[in-house]
Design a protein around this ligand. Structure first.
Ligand code: SAM
Ligand code: SF4
Ligand code: SF4
Length: 356
C-alpha cells in the first residue's frame, strides 16, 4: 500500500540519534500518545460535561487536524528519539474516519535497530465490536476499553449516553477474540458515584483474561468540577477489593508503567491501580502527547503545547523536526502531579482534547 511506501521513504531521509532523548529530570522519551480527534459520542461527566460540550460547542474543523501522513511523520521522528510505544486516543479515536489506515502506517514504523513499535489504542468501546477485526488486521497490538460501571442506569448517567453496557462488553469480547489482548479495562472511580461498582466490576472481570484497572478521578481540564472529596484513592480501592479477595502485589513490568499491579491470590488474574492523585508517578513519566492539530504537550496538565503543524506545513525537514522535538523534550521539567495543590495552573487542557 502506498502509505507504507511513504513511511519507508521517511525512514531513510535523516540520521536518527542513537540514544533516547532525556529531559531535565533524566526521563527518556519512550511513549507517544496521539489524540486523533477532539470529538466523542459520549459526554462522560468527568471528561466532557454536556453543559460545556453541548450542541453549540465548536469542535476542530477537519482541515485543522493533522493528516495521517503528518501524524506518521511526527511518530517516525519520535521513534528516532526513543519512542517505543504509541497509543491512539482522543476524544473517541474510533470516530476518526479510516483509522485503520493510520494504524497500518504506524505499525510499519521501525526503530533504528529495525524493531517494530507497540501500537495501542484507548476507546470507549462503542464501535469496537464492529471494528476489532479490521484494527487487528491493520497491525494494532492491544486495546484499552473504558467502562465505569456494569449497572446500565449508572453507566448511562456517567457517560451521558444511551449506549448500553452490553455494547461495550461485546466490544471487549470481540477485541479479545481477534487477539487484541490482554484487553485492559479502565474504570474511573468517583467516590459516591460509582465506587459501589468496584466489587461487581472485579467479580465480572476476574478470570476473564482482561485486566481491570482502577483510575483515580483526576483534576484534568477545567470543566469537570473536580473535587478531592470525590477521589477514591488506590489504597481505598484496594481495601474494598480486600474485603472480598486476597490480593498480592506484582512488580512493575517496565520503567514508566503507570499502573501498580496486583493479582488475585487464587490465580483469577491481574488488576491495575492508577494512582495519579494519591501516589504520583512523574519521576518515571516518559510520555509526550500530540494533540489532533499537532501541538506537542509534555504533560497531561500542561497549559501550553508546542506547534509542530506549523513546522511541518512550513516545509521543515525530518532533521529539523527531530531537532525541534528533541529540543522540546530536553527542556521538559513537568511534574504536575507531584506539586498538585501547591502550585496552581490557571487553565489546563481538556482530557478530551489531549487523551488519557
Ligand atoms: N474516548 C476514549 C475512552 O474513553 O477510552 C479515549 C479518550 S479518554 C479521554 C481516555 C481515558 O481517560 C479514559 O479511560 C477515561 O476514563 C480517562 N479519563 C477521562 N477523564 C478523566 C478524569 N477526570 N480522571 C481520570 N481519568 C479520566
Ligand atoms: Fe469521550 Fe472518553 Fe472523554 Fe468519555 S472519557 S467523554 S468516552 S473522550
Ligand atoms: Fe507525567 Fe504530567 Fe502526569 Fe506527572 S502529571 S505523570 S509529568 S503527565
Amino acid at each position: 500500500m502506498s502509505t507504507v511506501i511513504r513511511t519507508e521513504n521517511l525512514r531513510n531521509t535523516f540520521a536518527a540519534p542513537t540514544s533516547p532523548a532525556l529531559d531535565q529530570r533524566a526521563r527518556p522519551l519512550r511513549d507517544l500518545r496521539i489524540s486523533v480527534t477532539d470529538r466523542c459520542n459520549f459526554r462522560c461527566t468527568y471528561c466532557m460535561p454536556r453543559e460545556v460540550f453541548g450542541s453549540d460547542y465548536a469542535f476542530m474543523p477537519h482541515s485543522d487536524l493533522l493528516t495521517f501522513e503528518e501524524i506518521t511523520r511526527v511518530a517516525q521522528v519520535a521513534v528516532g528519539l526513543g519512542v517505543r510505544k504509541i497509543r491512539l486516543t482522543g476524544g473517541e479515536p474510533l470516530l476518526r474516519k479510516n483509522i485503520e489506515a493510520l494504524i497500518e502506517m504506524l505499525a510499519a514504523l521501525r526503530t533504528t535497530e529495525g524493531a517494530p513499535v507497540d501500537v495501542t489504542l484507548t476507546t470507549n468501546g462503542t464501535l469496537l465490536e464492529k471494528k476489532a477485526a479490521a484494527l487487528k488486521a491493520a497491525g494494532l497490538g492491544r486495546v484499552t476499553v473504558s467502562l465505569d460501571a456494569l449497572d446500565d442506569q449508572l453507566f448511562e448517567r456517567m457517560s451521558d449516553s444511551k449506549v448500553s453496557v452490553k455494547t461495550v462488553l461485546r466490544g471487549i469480547e470481540a477485541a479479545a477474540r481477534v487477539g487484541l489482548s490482554p484487553v485492559k479495562v479502565n474504570m474511573v472511580v468517583r467516590k459516591g458515584v460509582n465506587d459501589a461498582q468496584i466489587l461487581p466490576m472485579a467479580e465480572h472481570f476476574r478470570g476473564s483474561g482482561h485486566i481491570l484497572r482502577f483510575i483515580e478521578f483526576m483534576d484534568v481540564g477545567s470543566t469537570n468540577g473536580w473535587n478531592m472529596r470525590e477521589v477514591m484513592t488506590g489504597e481505598q480501592i484496594l481495601a474494598r477489593l480486600r474485603e472480598r479477595y486476597d490480593m498480592q502485589p506484582l512488580d512493575a513490568g517496565y520503567r514508566g508503567e503507570v499502573a501498580s499491579r496486583w493479582v488475585y491470590a487464587d490465580g483469577a488474574g491481574e488488576i491495575g491501580m492508577i494512582t495519579s492523585v494519591s501516589r504520583p508517578f512523574c519521576g518515571d513519566c516518559t510520555r509526550a502527547r500530540l494533540s489532533p492539530e499537532g501541538q506537542l504537550f509534555l504533560c497531561l496538565f500542561a497549559n501550553q503545547g508546542h506547534d509542530l503543524r506549523a513546522l511541518i506545513r512550513g516545509g521543515a525537514s525530518d532533521q529539523a523536526l527531530s531537532e525541534r522535538i528533541g529540543g522540546i523534550w530536553a527542556g521538559r521539567d513537568d511534574h504536575y502531579s507531584e506539586i498538585r495543590g501547591r502550585e496552581t495552573v490557571i487553565k489546563k487542557i481538556e482530557m478530551s482534547y489531549i487523551g488519557g
